[in-house]
Design a protein around this ligand. Sequence first.
Ligand code: AMP
Length: 399
Amino acid sequence: MNILVINCGSSSLKFQLIDAETEKMIAKGICERIGIEGSQIVYSPAGGEKETNVTPMANHTDAIRLVLEALTNEKTGVVKSLDEIGAVGHRIVHGGEKFASSTVINDDVLKAIEECNELAPLHNPANLIGINACKELMPETPMVAVFDTAFHQTMPEKAYLYGLPISYYEKYKVRRYGFHGTSHSYVSKRAAEVLGKNYEDLKIIVCHLGNGASISAVKNGKCVDTSMGLTPLEGLIMGTRSGDIDPAIIEFIAHKENKNIDEVMTILNKKSGVYGMSNDLSSDFRDLEAAYLKGDKYAIATMETFAYKVAKYIGSYVAAMNGVDVICFTAGVGENSPFIREKILNNYLGYLGVKLDDAANNKRGEDIAISTADSATTVMVIPTNEELAIARETYELTK
Ligand code: AMP
């Protein structure tokens, strides 16, 4: 059965068609600048030529129509008709407390997702638009919602409550939710599988270090803590997001720079993180690493602070779980930067008996242990695959 995986943003739409039985990607692509001049669809059939087609897309329905046309195109398509798409899996950013697992989409589910909109005003409405566009074009095809927050719903109260008046939780559900759940779940399970160990017996820390970054503590197969909070702004230093700061800084900067709350929040989300710290050099770790090696003082301070913060979170999750068996690195930086991994492991994790295998640390693109056989804690690189995880969940619920 072929599953179409849709990840819909406000002006973009990523898609992948996956054969759920073989777990092979059949085709993938992205629609960009939806509703903006210069919109385009990039389409890559597995093993075929990548095509870019600049064409108007007034809205997400137009975008999905183009995706379906590309997939069924006589020459470059990968399926003969839409009947060969058995189900659609949608990535949904926020499921609030309503969704602790993936679910088949019906009218009640749509309403419940809509009720989570105010928790993720930038993301959930776009996700819903994607669902409605598919509903319009493929009304008979079952659809599944896979939530970024669901995996973290097992966090205990002590991990998700903030030190705020409890009425804010009771009235508005202000609490920690966590994100990247599909990735944390996929990577932690895969680590156990690669090690040939029982998932339920392990204490695993997953470091998802990409443009957005988060860490989770997974004990006996359940998430017990994670670094992102009510929104993805909390936690680690990210590409352009600040991560944890003293909340009083918001008022301080607003006064000093004569800005309102919205403007300060935009700075925390879009102009901070490694980008802001490096004096606007770059949010891309490749650029920062190159600048670091040339002795750029901002790049050095940025990378050192980033690694230190990751190590501090790892330490706190060792405490939360009273130990750790496996530490996993994943996502753009976690998978591709031996430099950052070495900094975190060699500078800070000696107390866990971590011994880095330098040759393994310099390999790329594999599920691999990067610690030596006699390392007291196993460290792994596990490339994440959120699309495959969404396809699996969708298949389980619709096959
Ligand atoms: P993601 O959000 O998981 O797609 O990660 C994207 C980020 O991964 C980019 O912004 C880069 O900073 C980082 N990245 C990708 N390739 C490399 C690399 N070879 N070395 C260091 N960082 C990388």
